[in-house]
Design a protein around this ligand. Structure first.
Ligand code: MN
Length: 360
């Protein structure tokens, strides 16, 4: 009987060959309880595997090849096939989102290290305007919007100290408007500025459940460096097309990324304002997104709080940006559109046009 059983089973070497895992890997997976052998000989300690275990072993091998951590593989292996498929989809969406963030950082660094002053003598400048409005429902305005010769910023405060938090975050960036920019160090400059903003927010929120989003741009004369944390947004209108250039740090956006929600479900989700990242009084201090954009004459940038983007359809935002000639008209029209739609939230807009100096 003992002998019969053993002939049905595969030795660890034969099993390893068939499922393309090494015997060493199989021993590790046994220890981690990912894949236990069907039988271990009590005398010799040899491991024996049943042919029915091949499918699971192959799944483990594929998931390892995908780079999935062992603990997560153990979860996937315990699920039925359709739940396992959902878990693998979610894992991969997360990998792609993280890779995209690292790709942006790599592009930023390449730009930063290889940026040479342009040979063409075109002088570019910003024309800008900022407007923040309480809206029609909220008792107070916790948003802050600011536009200066070099700094554009929108911050959306929340919690009891939301208003001082958003003000503090933006105030902490304003020094960049008045000091000459050191050459070639925009990345460090922005990172330091955001650390300053974080300390400023911590100073006003103390331990309260309060904080702020921060979406800001720094003008270098030929480029716009972007820093972003939270669910305020930046858009670029270029050649008639509108591009959202920030990614919301919200629970709903991450569920969208992982394919767990459709865009229609997202707009109606009860927790669509729940932030995954923000500047708060607590720790850990979240890492902001950083990007660098080459400016072209005719570009129009919009920074806004969710009191605009969550209320006014993107097509209408694009229409307003396309049809209003001056930035101050544009910010008036945009806040007006949010209030015409009920003005349920504070609404803030910054519009900045890249123009050649000659046309000023
Ligand atoms: Mn808001």
């Amino acid at each position: 009987m003992e002998r019969m059983e053993r002939t049905n089973m595969l030795t660890i070497g034969a099993f390893a060959k068939t499922c393309r895992l090494s015997p060493k890997a199989l021993r590790l997976y046994d220890e981690l309880e990912l894949l236990r052998p069907e039988r271990v000989d009590p005398d010799t300690g040899y491991r024996y595997y049943a042919p029915e275990q091949l499918e699971q072993a192959r799944l483990v091998a594929w998931l390892r090849r995908l780079g999935m951590p062992l603990a997560r593989i153990r979860q996937v292996c315990a699920l039925d096939p359709s739940a396992a498929a959902g878990e693998i989809r979610a894992y991969w969406a997360r990998v792609e989102a993280e890779t995209a963030t690292r790709r942006d950082l790599a592009a930023f660094l390449v730009d930063h290290l290889s940026h040479v002053t342009r040979k063409d003598t075109t002088m570019l400048e910003l024309r800008y305007s900022a407007l923040s409005d309480t809206g029609r429902v909220r008792p107070a305005n916790q948003d802050t919007a600011y536009a200066g010769a070099r700094v554009l910023a929108v911050a959306d405060g929340f919690g009891a100290a939301g208003a001082p938090a958003s003000t503090a975050a933006v105030e902490a960036l304003k020094f960049l408007d008045s000091e000459p920019l050191p050459a070639g160090s925009v990345l460090n400059l922005l990172e330091d500025a955001v650390q300053g903003a974080t300390r400023a927010v911590q100073g006003v929120t103390q331990s309260q459940e309060a904080g702020t989003t921060l979406t800001a741009m720094l003008w270098t004369g030929s480029q716009l460096a972007l820093v972003h944390i939270g669910d305020s947004r930046a858009y670029l209108l270029r050649a008639g097309e509108l591009f959202q250039i920030t990614h919301d740090h919200t629970m709903v956006q991450s569920m969208l990324d992982e394919g767990r929600l459709t865009p229609e479900e997202a707009t109606a989700h009860p927790q669509r304002a729940l932030l995954l990242k923000a500047l708060t009084g607590g720790s850990p201090v979240p890492v902001p997104d950083l990007r660098l954009h080459d400016a072209l004459p005719g570009d129009r940038y919009l920074l806004c709080s969710d009191g605009l983007s969550g209320v006014v359809p993107t097509a209408e935002i694009q229409h307003i940006l396309t049809t209003t000639p001056a930035p101050d008209q544009a910010v008036q029209a945009l806040t007006g559109a949010a209030n015409d739609s009920g003005g349920p939230d504070n609404v803030s807009c910054v519009v900045a046009d890249v123009v050649t100096t000659a046309s000023l």
